[in-house]
Design a protein around this ligand. Structure first.
Ligand code: ZN
Length: 213
């Protein structure tokens, strides 16, 4: 597999996620860790137009060690939330999506989004056909950084889950590498969309009952 500069990767992935509807309207965010350096997209910009030189570089303590030449760029407001996954899970990448599917999932469930017996579940860490998926949902706050403690609490309560949903807002997903973070984010998004479709058809995403038609 080709080796890509992490700044280029952050810009490329932001563009891909924009076209998936995950970071329209400047929302969402993306960061990748390589060794002790974390590469993070800037805040409040057109995510599909980010260039490699617009990416911030931070150390493990969350201090910016290299900032873009453009003085108008600010580091992502998701910074403390991303660091939850870097500190608590030793993540290799973390992304934040404002996907419509994720937001809808938070409105169709109370404390957690639950689903099971769907083949795509196997794309999640340590999950097989018979396992239930339960992604915790935390309540939103007026300012994104104020979600940090709630997210950390949810992560402590669910050590086998690599995602946290935020009500009426979106989802944070991480993984040990950027590839695994991306894969899991795609799987979760698929599950969120599928569960909503099942409900529209009057089906319970948690039920394993056979079709009766
Ligand atoms: Zn957000």
């Amino acid at each position: 597999m080709r080796t890509v500069d992490p700044r280029t990767l952050v810009a490329e992935l932001c563009r891909q996620f924009y076209h998936l509807g995950w970071c329209t309207g400047t929302g969402g965010g993306m960061s990748i860790r390589e060794g002790d350096r974390i590469y993070m997209a800037p805040s409040g910009v057109q995510k599909e137009r980010i260039q490699p030189e617009d990416v911030f570089v931070l150390d493990r303590d969350g201090e910016v060690v290299e900032r873009p030449a453009d003085p108008t760029l600010r580091v992502s407001e998701c910074l403390p939330l991303f660091y939850n996954a870097y500190r608590m899970r030793d993540a290799g990448a973390v992304l934040h999506s404002h996907s419509r599917h994720a937001v809808l999932a938070t409105l169709l469930s109370t404390d957690a989004f639950r689903v099971r017996h769907l083949e795509m579940v196997k794309g999640l860490r340590a999950k097989g056909w018979h396992d239930r998926v339960a992604v915790p949902i935390i309540e939103n706050t007026a300012h994104e950084c104020d979600l940090t403690d709630r997210m950390a609490e949810a992560m402590r309560a669910q050590p086998d889950v690599d995602a946290v949903l935020v009500r009426r807002h979106g989802v944070y997903v991480w993984g040990p590498t950027w590839q695994k973070a991306k894969t899991q984010a795609e799987v979760y998004d698929w599950l969120f969309a599928m569960a909503a479709d099942m409900r529209r058809c009057g089906l319970d995403p948690e039920s394993t009952a056979e079709p009766n038609g």
